[in-house]
Design a binder for this molecule. Sequence first.
Ligand SMILES: [Zn+2]
Length: 462
Amino acid sequence: MSSAFLIVDVQNDFVTGSLPVPGGADVAAAITAHLRAHPGRYAVVAASQDWHSAMGDNGGHFATPGTDPDYVHTWPVHCVADEPGSAYHPALDVSLIDEHFRKGQGTPAYSMFEAVDAEGHDLADALAAAGVTAVDVGGLATDYCVRATALDALAAGLHVRLLTDLAAGVAPETSAAALDELAAATSAAPDPRTAEQDRVVGLLGREWSAIADLLAGLDEDAWSRPALPGWDVHDVIGHLIGTERTLAGAQHPDIPADGECGEHVRNDIGRVNEAWIVALRDRPPADLLADFRAITAERLASLRAMTAEEFNAPSWTPAGQATYARFMQIRIFDCWMHEQDIRAAVAIPGHEGGPEAEQALEEVIAAIGYIVGKRGRAPDGSSVRIRLTGPVERDLHVVVDGRARPVEAINGEPTASLALSSSLFMRLAGGREDAEAALGRIELGGDLALARQLATNLAYTI
Ligand SMILES: [Zn+2]
């Protein structure tokens, strides 16, 4: 994350001129000291100057000669272009400033985001070009141009800190009101450092709610319907509870020996999973649902309490070494797939579209090169389009040039194409349905032999 420092209007007229702000000279000196004390902290140090036309009233900004300014919308003549009053205050060391912006030529302009540099570029462009996601703001005056700049920075999706030691206001009451307003806007704005954490944890929470709601509507006997090889609905929930308890640091139950598991358990991870299922198998459905609600509530609270550093820390995941954030994305996929397993078992379809379904689909899309190249064995030089017709609509394009890789679009017609619902695509990718039996629900196009080969080899497992 890189950050910028925004110096608002530290100009002579706002310190010693026609619109003096109490403490303005101290602010100029304090900003200089701050920047000297933190060399390299900011990717960009940008400063603005109020810069009005000598002619006219600048769009009503200057009080008409002979009338008193109201100090809300009309002001005394100030910061006229190229006059001493519009120059930076001498206590501000201009050698520390990377980019200069000017605002107010002929119009009232309070926010630095309304200003442009000598080439006509605005502040938002300069910050975006430098990859800035956070800004510290200081200058003059807290209750007017600093306020407007900080609010615009928040509206632009930036993380904003108003450094109150490096700013001063015209009046105590309006300055306090500006700080209150800014605090309210800050708490309402998403923090870009945790936006992805909020998104992933939010989706996981919604996915768990969807599962709990589904379970709450089931008859007692529905819990024993077969859902996956060797597992009934009860076992699927036992598996989800066990996984989250393990992630919460709970003591793991004894792992059954090799010969003690059914044929559906094919490897060590399978036996580790099976331990929780065996341990929870005798729980009555209502108790198991209560267990599920309790562990998912506990997990949500701890996921929300994680710092951005913890959430993005390196971690084991079922798809290899990555980050904890990545692991939680895969949890959304796993939980959504198991929700659909239960829905299929109890014949209550639903939740096949929407944000959780889209996130689950992203997991398969991330493997689409592998699916088309390695599983589907699309030959070198070929191109493939997989059209998902809904509820999640998406066109996936893969070209094979040495290796299969996803691309935005294919030039001309693809070598082979498939069109099918996103729900069927997910079931096939997850190995939940026999592909031969599903062929009637897949539209094949182009090279039909290749299209059929792809359609019957979508299954891949993490
Ligand atoms: Zn002005």
